[in-house]
Design a protein around this ligand. Structure first.
Ligand code: DAH
Length: 323
């Protein structure tokens, strides 16, 4: 009888796959009216000898059933945890929704790649500048009328400004490095001016600088033409016009012409002024080179046919999603 109960109970426990039912099994055997409980209760009516013998066995069975229930429960909890935490490492991942790069960033990266392919290094410069690097080191002394070319944001009480162009990095870089050198410096610039479709108080430029013993306007033309052809298309035409920038001599404005379109000014450039070399500590007469500054916003507007610079900064997803 007890053996039967034991076998039945252990089998039942073994076969049970739902943890919630273990409680019922417990009750079935060990509850108030459980099968084993009844046997234990019936011991009272037995002779002492029988009671001793059967009692021992009954308690043994009770222990075994309890133990089996406990083990089953522990195993079940562990399994539930494992199956809950299980992941299929071979399943394809879930692609998170991806954003879009601003066209300014796209164009900056394209330009970086082209200049890199021609041996230029890419540098960053500070957006907050000193008057010295933004002007003096670039041959624009205090009180010189040329300063009026750049409407400047001054940082109150700090003797610092927001850089009006990326040119200060020419001075910063040359101070610390000797020629031969070729660098570009992409970055954000700021000017205190009214905003309209083609002007904004913040915009982006790429400064370029190449210095060596023999760098001439011819080198400049070759490199910029290569850049423009790669950036726009192989049939783009370019021309140099005289232009004035205090940090170059001679200085140029560069225009481009694309198929069926008008000439358009896109950058300033020139041969680095001896005073700029002097400020950097270069030996007079030893080096020559060219510098240029091109607006990234302008490049992006031309490339993508965008007619309002403010669109780049408006964070309007209807605009941004198109790139
Ligand atoms: N820094 C000038 C500007 O923002 C652009 C420029 C012109 C940069 C001539 C140059 C340069 O390096 O040679 O208007």
């Amino acid at each position: 009888m007890l053996d039967q109960i034991r076998q039945k109970a252990l089998k039942q426990i073994e076969a049970e796959s739902d943890l919630k039912n273990l409680e019922a099994i417990y009750r079935q055997y060990l509850g108030k009216k459980g099968e084993l409980t009844l046997v234990l209760r019936s011991l009272k009516q037995m002779s002492e000898k029988q009671r001793k013998q059967k009692g021992k066995l009954a308690n043994q069975v009770k222990k075994e059933i309890k133990q089996a229930l406990k083990e089953k429960q522990e195993k079940g909890i562990k399994q539930a945890k494992v199956s809950k935490e299980w992941i299929d490492v071979t399943a394809p991942g879930v692609l998170p929704p991806q954003g879009h790069l601003n066209p300014i960033t796209l164009v900056q990266r394209q330009a970086e790649e082209i200049f890199q392919s021609m041996g230029f290094s890419i540098l960053d410069g500070p957006e907050i500048e000193t008057e010295y690097y933004n002007f003096d080191a670039l041959n624009i002394p205090e009180n010189h009328p040329a300063r009026d070319l750049w409407d400047t944001f001054w940082l109150k009480n700090l003797d610092l400004i927001l850089r009006t162009h990326t040119s200060p990095m020419q001075a910063r870089y040359m101070e610390k490095n000797s020629p031969p050198l070729r660098i570009i410096v992409p970055g954000r610039c700021f000017r205190h001016e009214a905003t309209d479709a083609s002007h904004n108080f913040q915009f982006h430029q790429i400064e370029g600088l190449m210095v060596g013993t023999n760098i001439s306007v011819t080198n400049f033309k070759g490199i910029i033409e290569e850049f423009l052809k790669k950036f726009f298309s192989p049939d783009v035409e370019m021309r140099l016009r005289p232009g004035y920038f205090p940090f170059v001599e001679p200085g140029f404005e560069i225009d481009i012409k694309r198929k069926d379109r008008d000439w358009l000014e896109i950058m300033g450039a020139g041969m680095v002024h001896p005073n700029v070399f002097k400020s950097a500590g270069y030996k007079p007469g030893k080096w020559q080179g060219f510098a240029f500054g091109v607006g990234i916003d302008r490049l992006a507007m031309l490339k993508y046919g965008i007619n309002d610079i403010r669109l780049f900064y408006g964070n309007d997803l209807r605009f941004l999603r198109q790139f």
